[in-house]
Ligand binder design. Structure first.
Ligand SMILES: O=C(CO)[C@H](O)[C@H](O)COP(=O)(O)O
Length: 236
């Protein structure tokens, strides 16, 4: 496993320390979250009693493979904890997400959670969001017009493709990857984009994260949640 892969694994496993018996847990998407699913599956096998709410169809099938019992919003009103990955994390723990195209379900579940823990390796930490193109989920109808509107706001939107086919999200929508460059005010950018007709959601997750577990060189740094006495520590 690469050093980066190991750091993702360590961060993911550290976050599972916060999963307790009886919890409903939001299950994030992406390669870092996959480590979390694997670990949760092992804990469930050892008797941990939880229910997961998956943030993507892929996560749902991985969770089933690892034997994690699942639920959905028709059966539960609360999410005690969500654990999810990110493409960029700034110093205020604002996030840029959606590299895997699961931003809508991720935002619904992460926003519903009592506590959101983000897991990543150090390469995701940035001074300012925006080096990674911002994923924006748009309705297929009239997407060319939505793209024009976004472009007029200073981005270069590219329709996401996978193996030469248009990428379709779990919700049946398209994704425009938009290079805005470094963002001075991600919150107002998100608000502006959300107000455009045809935009379903953006990958900007502002003020939602409680803690970030960041793997670096074989250790995990925990950032955030200043209310807790353990707000800054290294985990071997
Ligand atoms: O937002 C996401 C998917 O929509 C992922 O959480 C994000 O892309 C991070 O992925 P990885 O852990 O593979 O680096």
């Amino acid at each position: 496993m690469s050093v980066k892969g190991n750091d993702k694994k360590l961060a993911a496993e550290a976050a599972t320390d916060y999963v307790k018996d009886g919890m409903t847990v939001g299950l994030g998407s992406g390669s870092t979250a996959e480590w979390m699913l694997k670990r949760l599956g092992a804990l469930v096998k050892d008797g941990l009693n939880i229910k997961g709410i998956p943030t993507s169809v892929k996560t749902e099938s991985l969770a089933r493979k690892h034997g994690i019992p699942l639920t959905d919003f028709s059966k539960t009103a609360t999410v005690d904890l969500a654990i999810d990955g990110a493409d960029e994390i700034d110093g205020q723990l604002n996030l840029l997400k959606g590299g895997g195209g699961s931003l809508v379900r991720e935002k619904i579940i992460d926003a519903a959670a009592e506590k959101l823990i983000i897991i990543a390796d150090q390469s995701k930490m940035v001074q300012q969001l925006g080096s990674f193109p911002l994923p924006i989920e748009v309705v297929p109808f009239g997407w060319e017009m939505t793209k024009k509107q976004i472009a007029a706001y200073g981005a270069e939107p590219k329709l996401r493709k996978e193996e030469n086919r248009v990428f379709v999200s779990d919700n049946g929508n398209y994704i425009l990857d938009c290079s805005f460059g470094k963002m001075v005010n991600p919150e107002s950018l998100h608000d502006t984009l959300k107000s455009m007709a045809g935009v379903v959601e953006t990958g900007l997750f502002i003020g939602m994260t409680d803690q970030a577990m960041i793997g670096q060189n074989g250790k995990v740094e925990m950032i955030g949640d200043t209310k807790k006495d353990d707000w800054w520590y290294w985990r071997e």
